[in-house]
Each structure stands twice: as structure tokens, then as C-alpha cells.
Design a protein around this ligand. Structure first.
Ligand SMILES: *Cc1c(COP(=O)(O)O)cnc(C)c1O
Length: 397
């Protein structure tokens, strides 16, 4: 389907002083939450018992998540960041951890907090998740783990990474922050690697307010993470490992528990929106979309396009500025990449050697609004605004 023309009623684009396409800004993200009364009635019962943190509701949420995800152990924690920190600690990871540079910085924070050295690998030019061959090329004697990311909910190259990790005796952890509701060959994300860690913060699909969920089939690891979220204490007042207070409160667990029922619907709606964006923008020159493998379902936590200036007519930042003039807020998930950020620049492998796809992709990535309550009409208008930028450029040329 070709892009509908909006140019006729728009002699001057908003950035050139014309009328903006939207008369006012609308939110870039707005989570759909479960019914307030449902959450409160769950909470009220347990509140009366005086146990307001890490008690019954947390256990109920863990059991429900474990059943839904088909994984033996789920441990609710205070955030995905604390979950990742605890998993790396509990696995006894030492030395170097290979991870993508094209991710949110919290992936890297978990590595640094454990005193480990991040070694950044490049991403695949089509799926934008970490490139397995590039990971392999960076394995040395010092490597002890791979930390991969299901970027925007797009499952990473799970089997290849599992094979690579087992061949080299490495731990494999997935930062599944974006991926609650994603599936890989019909199996829920959450079952793979040594552990997967979800985020339950409000920009993700399953919302606890703040929270994370560690999933694993390894009973030993599960017991250590369970202790780890409670200062490392297993009940002997003599911590088994260096832990944190990373517990989840009952209210947050109630919110997440009530939210579980909404996840499938959210994933469907995100996929509808992604499909509509893709259809409207398919023929616009200079735009590239993320590839999701045939057997996989992505949550499309985010919908991002790559803007290639030579064909599109302007670069990503110019496009973002023009869209903002139309009252359309966008984001650059994730730019700059980690190896260009101050915290990581100093400690990573020499200036992040050969991360060419990462550089190109993070320089051109533009994330468009995507959430359940966004109307079809708004989605179309946003897509048309993006398409119009390329057309306006064509008209000028
Ligand atoms: C949001 C996010 C995190 C951090 O999650 P918190 O629950 O906020 O700690 C980690 N990794 C990625 C890729 C994220 O997007």
C-alpha cells in the first residue's frame, strides 16, 4: 500500500510555519492499567494482614507468571536492573560479559555493578538484536557470560546463542525487559538461557509500577536470587551471597497480578499498530523496519524505523524535529549506544571496536508512539506525517 498524500492541504509543513497536523501534543506512552477496583480488592485483603511487602500477593504473582510462562521458577524483584544484578552475582560470573551496545543502559549497569567488564558486540543489521557471529569473535579466556537483549520485544537469536554459550562453557542471560508476552517458536520468552529478566515498569507491557521478574528453570540459581533479593539472607542471618534489598511490595505485586490478564490483548494491539505503520510506510524511500523471524512474536514494546538520509531526504534528527513541529513526539531508542556513553567508554574494550551496524542503526533510529489506547486514526496520521516528510523533500528537489 502506498503512502496517502497529505501534501495537498499542506502548502507549508509545520516546521516551516504551517499548521501542525495535530493541534496539541499527545503522550508518547500511556500504559493501560487494570481496573483500579480490581487491584484494590486484591490489595485490601492482604493489607489487613499487615504484611505489605514480599508476602502473599508476591507469591501469587510469581505462581501465576510461572504458569503463564511455562518456567519453573519466577522471582519477583524491585526492578529489572536489580534482577539482572542479582542473576549475574548468583551465577558467579567473573571477568568479561559480552552484551550488545545497542540497548538501554541498564543492561550495562548490571554488568558494571558486579565489577565485571562489558565487552560490546555488534547487532544484526535486520533484527537489530545482538549478532551471534560477532559475539563469537569476541570470546576470550576472560569471557564468562553472554547477556543478550530481546530488543523492543523481538526475540534474540535464542538457539544460536544457546549453542554458542554451551560450546564455550558460558552463562547465558537474557535481558527480557521488553519481552513479557513475546514468543519464540510458540514458546513464551522467559524459558530460555540460564535466566531471563523482565521489567515491570510503566513503559513495558506488564506493569507493576516498579518491578522486575527473574525466570529460570535452575533451582539453585532460583534459591540464590530469592536470597539475593533479601540481602542475600537465606534465614540464617549469615548472607549466602552479597545481596540487595530488591523485594517487591504487595501493592506492586497486586498491580502486576491484575495486569497479567491484559497482556495478550496488549500484544495483539501493539502488533496491529506495528502492522499499520509498516503498511503505510512500506513504499516510503529511505525507511527500514525491524525484521521479526517467522516463528516469533514480538511485543513491539517499541516501534522504531531507521531513517536513511540519502533516500529519505533528511536525517533522523531533522525528521524528529519536523514531527515535533506537528506535535508528534518521538524517541531515539537507543541512541547513543552504550559504547559512546561516558560510563562505558572508559571501561569497555578499546572504544568499542568494529561496532559498525550499531553505529549506523543508532544514528538513524526513530521510535514512533505505540500503545494500546492509541487510536487507528492517530496511528494513520502519524504514519502520514512521516511519509509526508519524504514527499515534501521530493517536492523540493
Ligand atoms: C527498561 C529496561 C531495563 C530496566 O528496567 P527497570 O525495571 O526499570 O530496572 C533494562 N533493560 C532494558 C533493555 C530496558 O528497556
Amino acid at each position: 500500500m502506498s503512502a496517502p498524500k497529505i501534501a495537498p492541504n499542506r502548502p507549508v509543513p509545520a516546521i516551516g510555519g504551517g499548521e501542525p497536523l495535530f493541534t496539541r501534543r499527545f503522550p508518547f506512552i500511556c500504559p493501560t492499567l487494570p481496573e483500579y477496583d480490581k487491584v484494590l480488592s486484591l490489595y485490601k485483603k492482604h493489607y489487613a494482614s499487615g504484611m505489605i511487602t514480599n508476602a502473599n500477593l508476591v507469591a501469587r504473582f510469581e505462581a501465576a507468571a510461572s504458569e503463564r510462562l511455562g518456567v519453573r521458577h519466577c522471582i519477583a524483584v524491585s526492578s529489572c536492573t536489580s534482577g539482572l544484578m542479582l542473576v549475574l552475582k548468583a551465577l558467579g560470573v567473573r571477568g568479561d560479559v559480552i552484551l550488545p551496545s545497542f540497548t538501554f543502559f541498564a543492561t550495562g549497569h548490571a554488568v558494571l555493578w558486579n565489577g565485571l567488564r562489558p565487552v560490546f558486540a555488534d547487532c544484526d543489521p535486520y533484527t537489530w538484536t545482538v549478532d551471534t557471529e560477532d559475539v563469537e569473535s569476541r570470546i576470550t579466556e576472560a569471557t564468562s557470560a553472554i547477556l543478550a537483549v530481546h530488543l523492543y520485544g523481538n526475540p534474540a537469536a535464542i538457539e544460536q546463542l544457546e549453542r554458542l554459550a554451551s560450546k564455550n562453557g558460558l552463562k547465558l542471560v537474557f535481558d527480557a525487559a521488553h519481552a513479557f508476552g513475546s514468543t519464540h517458536n510458540g514458546r513464551p520468552v522467559g524459558q530460555f538461557g540460564d535466566a531471563e529478566v523482565f521489567s515491570l515498569s510503566p513503559t513495558k507491557l506488564l506493569v507493576a509500577g516498579e518491578g522486575g521478574l527473574v525466570c529460570t528453570n535452575d533451582a539453585t540459581l532460583a534459591a540464590l536470587v530469592r536470597a539475593g533479593r533479601n540481602y542475600g539472607d537465606t534465614g540464617q542471618y549469615d548472607p549466602a551471597l552479597l545481596g540487595l534489598n530488591a523485594r517487591m511490595t504487595e501493592f506492586n505485586a497486586g498491580l502486576a497480578l491484575a495486569g497479567l490478564d491484559l497482556v495478550d490483548q496488549k500484544v495483539r494491539r501493539h502488533n496491529q499498530i506495528a502492522q499499520r505503520y509498516t503498511e503505510v510506510l512500506a513504499d516510503v524511500p529511505g525507511l527500514q523496519f525491524q525484521e521479526v523471524h517467522g516463528g516469533d512474536v514480538s511485543t513491539y514494546k517499541d516501534f522504531s524505523v531507521l531513517v536513511w538520509p540519502a533516500q529519505f531526504g533528511m536525517d533522523r534528527d531533522e525528521a524528529a524535529a519536523a514531527l515535533l513541529a506537528d506535535n508528534i513526539e518521538t524517541k531515539k531508542y537507543f541512541s547513543p549506544p552504550l559504547h559512546r556513553q561516558r560510563l562505558f567508554r572508559e571501561v569497555c574494550e578499546p572504544a568499542g571496536r568494529d561496532l559498525n551496524n550499531t553505529e549506523r542503526i543508532s544514528n538513524s533510529v526513530l521510535s514512533l508512539p505505540i500503545y494500546e489506547s492509541l487510536s487507528d486514526e492517530t496511528v494513520e496520521k502519524v504514519a502520514m506525517a512521516v511519509a509526508a516528510l519524504a514527499q515534501e523533500e521530493e517536492a523540493v528537489r
